[in-house]
Design a protein around this ligand. Sequence first.
Ligand SMILES: NC(=O)c1ccc[n+]([C@@H]2O[C@H](COP(=O)([O-])OP(=O)(O)OC[C@H]3O[C@@H](n4cnc5c(N)ncnc54)[C@H](O)[C@@H]3O)[C@@H](O)[C@H]2O)c1
Length: 343
Amino acid sequence: MSIVIVAGGAGYIGSHTIRELQVGGFEPVVLDNLVYGHREIVEDVLGVPLIIGQVGDKQLLAKLLSGEHPSTRDKEIKGIMHFAAYAYVGESIINPAKYYKNNLVETIMLLEALLEDSNKKNSIPLPIVFSSSCATYGIPLETEIPIIEATRQNPINPYGRSKLMIEKILIDYHKAYNIPVSILRYFNAAGAHIQGDIGEDHNPETHLIPLVLEALFNKDGCLKVNGIDYPTFDGTCIRDYIHVSDLAKAHVSALNKIVNDKSLSIYNLGNGKGYSIMEVIDAAKKITGKEMKILKSKRRQGDPPVLISSPEKAKNELLWKPEFKDIESIIKTAWDWYLLKKR
Ligand SMILES: NC(=O)c1ccc[n+]([C@@H]2O[C@H](COP(=O)([O-])OP(=O)(O)OC[C@H]3O[C@@H](n4cnc5c(N)ncnc54)[C@H](O)[C@@H]3O)[C@@H](O)[C@H]2O)c1
């Protein structure tokens, strides 16, 4: 079996992708510093080797890539999936240095290691699949919805800018060094694996669905809705939710594509459908049969009113089709996982 190094694989999307890599016949090896990841998910639930370290640790990477490390000895490495990043938009505005150092500088070091490895082996660098974000689009115009890959990118916070800078670097490196690259711009990842054993477990949690479920689960639970005066049909922000296992499957297809054709490709990964915050809350109430209080609050700085993807390019070129098409089916998986976790 061929190895895929999954940087940031102890996190939410990485851990679901590990499962799909296993289904696809790959042998994932996780590299994660565990600042936010979950050791037990990698080692106990997924049964995958975990190397605790920085994604930009060139010495460690050199050992992994050359097969000197026990996890990769005598094995073929097919590619790298790079999920490792900090992703708290608000924090990135207050402390941009943390984001440029961790997201950008660490990625440049990872790329250095890939280039040095390719020089030693006298081959093209290993393929890399990169986790980018709809945050790179900033605040699109109404006429730019649904967002296609060619839509103007103008991020409005350091987190989004760090992702866009990496995209540009990857494009330059592809042109100069032939590194096969797939840039995946996720919209809102949501839900949990249908087996209920892995799910969304950020700490602190800022994503809507886990916060809604937490508020519904707790007696006297309350959810703050940031902004009820957006130019949308009910005044709350509209987002495109994509099930995490659908995202994960797209990664495996994207990796297979660039392993074979050595190309550079960029895809939006979303459902192509938007739900307002109030619609998500209503769907969650229906699924859980529970109620909660809503605290209507002021807008947060820099929240675009509407973000909806056009996922057509990924559907056509990766032959990828999201299986969880509506918000109810996505929330149901998140709730099933949440209840198992609370037991
Ligand atoms: N969750 C979403 O909706 C969403 C949307 C768009 C893009 N993304 C991107 O997808 C990726 C994964 O997101 P997630 O929600 O799974 O986040 P997560 O925080 O759950 O996972 C990220 C993992 O990376 C690890 N990590 C961070 N910096 C590292 C470093 N320097 N070296 C080694 N490990 C490091 C963390 O410990 C964590 O396990 C991130 O790059 C994020 O920016 C996520």
